[in-house]
Design a protein around this ligand. Sequence first.
Ligand SMILES: CC(C)(COP(=O)(O)OP(=O)(O)OC[C@H]1O[C@@H](n2cnc3c(N)ncnc32)[C@H](O)[C@@H]1OP(=O)(O)O)[C@@H](O)C(=O)NCCC(=O)NCCS
Length: 123
Amino acid sequence: MAWVDLCAAICAQRHSGRMCVTAFVDDLKFEEPVRVGEVVRLEAKITATFRTSMEIEVIVAGEHSATGRRWPCVTARVTFVGIDEERRPAPVPPLLQDTEETRASQAAGEARRQARLMIKTRA
Ligand SMILES: CC(C)(COP(=O)(O)OP(=O)(O)OC[C@H]1O[C@@H](n2cnc3c(N)ncnc32)[C@H](O)[C@@H]1OP(=O)(O)O)[C@@H](O)C(=O)NCCC(=O)NCCS
């Protein structure tokens, strides 16, 4: 989980050009284990952006280095917020929505964001 957070942080900071902090981690489901001696691969991408926050998807896979076999382990979604020098939320660049895939990704991220903010309001 720490690696997921770190991988997402690198992605958020590369996209925004700012320091970023974790605001929310969606539910994590571990589909298959990665055992000692196997390799863990993490890939992160921005799936939606808002004013100061970004939704990042991290895909974690196991890899057997001798055979090259890979298997899905975890898909996680993390919300990061860009911050300024005073640690106040600061605007981040929008996700480039130049394909059907990125437009659908942004729309799905907006729906998930509503659900997250409802949890925050209830807390
Ligand atoms: C995340 C944080 C910067 C938000 O600050 P805030 O004063 O609540 O600011 P705002 O209410 O203006 O929210 C700023 C953004 O965060 C988003 N946000 C805040 N809480 C959120 C939550 N629980 N889930 C999703 N997004 C959230 C808001 O939607 C907003 O996004 P937007 O500008 O894109 O609409 C602040 O709560 C914080 O510093 N938290 C601690 C972070 C931390 O220590 N992380 C672990 C180590 S990195």
